[in-house]
Each structure stands twice: as C-alpha cells, then as structure tokens.
Write a protein that binds this ligand. Structure first.
Ligand code: AMP
Ligand code: ZN
Length: 113
C-alpha cells in the first residue's frame, strides 16, 4: 500500500522507535502513548484491520500473538497488560493497517469502552 503510514514505518521510510522486529512483524512505541508503556505491533504485510483477517493471513496474526508475550517480558509487564485492536469507525480506528496496541506498566481502567 503506497499511502499507508504503517506500511511506510514497516519499510523504514518513516522512523519509529522499534522494540521488536523480524522478517514479518514490527513493534514500535506509540507516538502518543495512552499508558506508561504503549507499543504497537503490526504485520509488515498490509492488512486493513481485524475485519480483514482470513484463512490466508491468520498465521501472521497468530505469530503476532506469539511475539506479544516476548515484548511484554522485555518491557517488564509482569503484572499484566492489555491488547486492543480497533477496527472501523465505531472503534475509532485512525490508521488503516492492522495493529495491536499493547498497553501496560500501570493499573488500567476497569472499563474498556
Ligand atoms: P488507532 O486509533 O487504533 O488506529 O491507533 C493508531 C495509533 O497510531 C494511535 O495510538 C497513534 O498515536 C499511533 N500513531 C500514529 N502515527 C504514529 C507514528 N508515526 N508512530 C507511532 N505511532 C503512531
Ligand atoms: Zn499498510
């Protein structure tokens, strides 16, 4: 996707504060953190949102969920963390490249919406 912010970050065309990278996945610090620790985990391949997960790409999503505990451990989130993925207007998705927010390092609010 030529005009996608997170594709550009994945390609290194826009800088990011990387916390994890392999050939398929990138994790970097959110530019506007909403918790003491706020990391975004993305596949390098463009997928628009959770609404576009299917049989062809779900292996990549599973791999993201294998990487998340490693990131959480590295970031010292031993007391817990929250994973959120906004999909579509009702969820206020603002970047249309699937991403998983990993939030922690503090007590989170009980309500999610
Ligand atoms: P969402 O609203 O769920 O689509 O989340 C998009 C997230 O991307 C927001 O939390 C933004 O703060 C974050 N964001 C936007 N631009 C950048 C950037 N250049 N580097 C890091 N995070 C970003
Ligand atoms: Zn993209």
């Amino acid at each position: 996707m030529t005009d996608c912010l997170f594709c550009k970050i994945a390609e290194g065309k826009i800088p990011s504060q990387k916390v994890y990278e392999d050939d398929e996945i990138l994790a970097f610090r959110d530019i506007n953190p909403q918790a003491k620790t706020h990391i975004l985990v993305i596949p390098k391949q463009h997928i628009g949102s959770c609404a576009e997960i299917n049989e062809q790409n779900s292996r990549l999503i599973a791999k993201i969920f294998e990487v998340i505990p490693k990131i959480a451990e590295k970031e010292g989130l031993s007391n817990g963390f929250r994973v959120i993925s906004n999909a579509g207007p009702d969820a206020c998705q603002s970047v249309h490249h699937i991403h998983f927010h990993v939030l922690g390092g503090q007590q989170m609010a009980e309500k999610m919406a």
